[in-house]
Write a protein that binds this ligand. Structure first.
Ligand SMILES: NC(=O)c1ccc[n+]([C@@H]2O[C@H](COP(=O)([O-])OP(=O)(O)OC[C@H]3O[C@@H](n4cnc5c(N)ncnc54)[C@H](O)[C@@H]3O)[C@@H](O)[C@H]2O)c1
Length: 441
């Protein structure tokens, strides 16, 4: 059993940081991803033999995913599980039969033998549970997004400033090797000046979960109702907007957008189609789009620079110099060759400027796979196991992970600002009362 754990997150965490050049020049990695300072391989070695006693609230789909990862973390021990929906609690108990079970999280927080609490409940529960757990003296790992309203986010942020406990939000891209390495490459100037960002998430599914009885509808399908969910923005965009801020090293000032229920008209309250544009003070924009009735475009975090493009989710980048048949060059060639002379006045003077073929380069070492014309590399892991391991490490050392709360705060505020823009159908600005010193504009 112990051996399985050693081959799990522990090893991958060490390998992951080592491969990033931590040992040979880690300062660069830690400069762009300072939260990794709390979980270096040396610090992991120091806590060898210790175990964080953790409890998990919310044993649904994501909670059970975390439990599977916890089985692979040698410095974690799951001592308690909590859920107010019995079928999920039973499934979780089957994974950790020795854990104590609770239906009331407040009762569970009274237990002295719990070092850290993992919260994977619906969005409307993030703030009350995080605040209660911090007040009870527990280290906390809460799922993204940070909270359901700007006011709740600010309450969490303020509580954290006065707490000596570690607090993590599960923004796993911050612990994803591809993203960390990409950030270094971007800072090194590889893709030139970043002049735009395009993030999208397309799915073709209704987002509904089977519901055993009508009175459970809002409990099971919490994602579809405004009282418990921020819809596509908090569920999906939260990860991607964090990446944009990480790249830009600042916050957009304003947002404008449109949201609609276009296809899944089944009584849900949250949009199934969102388009939001965020604008940074230098004019750089994030174009965010999500639609859940067509999955052709999949999911991507695209960073556009004057010399190249990063597709972070695929783990690839492309250089402008690899592509020699852009529309502009084509036009110049045509002019030089006096091609227009032969074109009748009403005829075509421009060929469509469709995307050409760029040679993909891998962000991290690994083979580039081409499936159905799509290239990808190193996409099997997304950082969720590493961030959970880092949290368990913090439960033992007491060390806070630098900037994790701040990054979660900034990206969640952007999600909520996007929703506000779509509701108002007008340009909106981040209210002054929610600005924090960490934010640069
Ligand atoms: N980081 C990621 O990539 C990622 C992926 C999926 C989900 N999530 C997040 O994880 C969280 C949970 O999502 P999910 O898909 O697992 O939802 P889910 O509905 O499958 O699970 C939520 C669980 O919380 C329980 N619960 C609700 N209220 C409770 C209460 N007051 N006390 C105790 N238990 C309560 C429910 O009974 C359920 O078992 C959400 O915040 C979601 O955004 C994050």
């Amino acid at each position: 059993m112990k051996e399985t754990k050693q081959e799990g997150v522990d090893i991958s965490l060490r390998k992951f940081i080592k491969e990033l050049g931590y040992l040979a020049g880690g300062a660069a990695v830690l400069a762009t991803s300072p939260w990794l300072t709390a979980c270096t391989p040396e610090k992991l070695k120091e806590i060898s033999g210790n175990r964080a006693r953790v409890a998990l609230i919310g044993t649904g789909s994501r909670g059970q995913y975390h439990l599977h990862n916890l089985k692979l973390i040698p410095h974690a021990e799951v001592v308690a599980l909590c859920d107010n929906y019995e079928p999920h609690l039973k499934e979780a108990l089957a994974l950790f039969p020795n854990a104590r079970t609770y239906t009331d999280y407040r009762k569970m927080l009274e237990e002295k033998d719990i070092d850290g609490v993992i919260i994977s409940t619906p969005l409307n529960w993030h703030a009350p549970m995080t605040l209660d757990a911090l007040a009870a003296g527990k280290h906390v790992f809460c799922e993204k997004a940070m909270a359901h309203s700007m006011e709740e986010c600010k309450a969490i942020y303020d509580a954290y400033q006065h707490s000596d406990r570690a607090l993590y939000f599960c923004m796993q891209r911050m612990y994803d090797e591809k993203y960390i390495r990409a950030m270094q490459l971007i800072r090194s100037g590889l893709i030139g000046e970043v002049t735009g960002m395009r993030c999208h998430w397309f799915r073709n599914a209704d987002w509904r979960r089977p519901c055993p009885s009508p009175e459970l509808e809002r409990h099971i399908n919490w994602r579809l109702y405004k009282e418990s969910s921020g819809g596509l923005m908090t569920e999906l965009a939260s990860h991607q907007l964090e990446v944009c801020n990480w790249v830009a090293d600042k916050m957009p000032e304003s947002a404008i957008g449109m949201g609609d229920i276009v296809y899944w008209k089944d009584g849900r309250e949250v949009y199934d189609s969102v388009n939001v544009i965020y604008r940074y003070s230098n004019g750089v924009k994030i174009n965010y789009e999500s639609l859940i009735s067509n999955k052709y475009n999949g999911m991507e975090d695209q960073i556009l620079g004057t010399k190249g493009t990063m597709e972070l989710a695929k783990g690839l980048y492309y250089l402008e110099e690899d592509h020699s048949t852009s529309g502009i060059k084509q036009l110049i060639n045509q002019v030089q060759e006096k091609a227009f002379a032969a074109i009748p006045a009403a005829g075509p003077s421009w060929r469509p400027e469709t995307q050409g073929k760029y040679r993909p380069h891998a962000i991290i070492s690994g083979e580039v796979h081409v499936n159905h014309g799509q290239s990808t590399v190193g996409v099997d892991k997304d950082g969720s196991d590493v961030i959970l391991s880092a949290f368990c490490q913090s439960c033992i050392t007491g060390e806070k992970a630098k900037n994790v709360v701040e990054e979660a705060y900034c990206s969640t505020l952007l999600c909520l600002l996007g929703n506000k823009a779509m509701e108002a159908r007008e340009l909106v600005y981040l209210p002054d009362e929610y600005k924090i010193p960490y934010m640069k504009f």
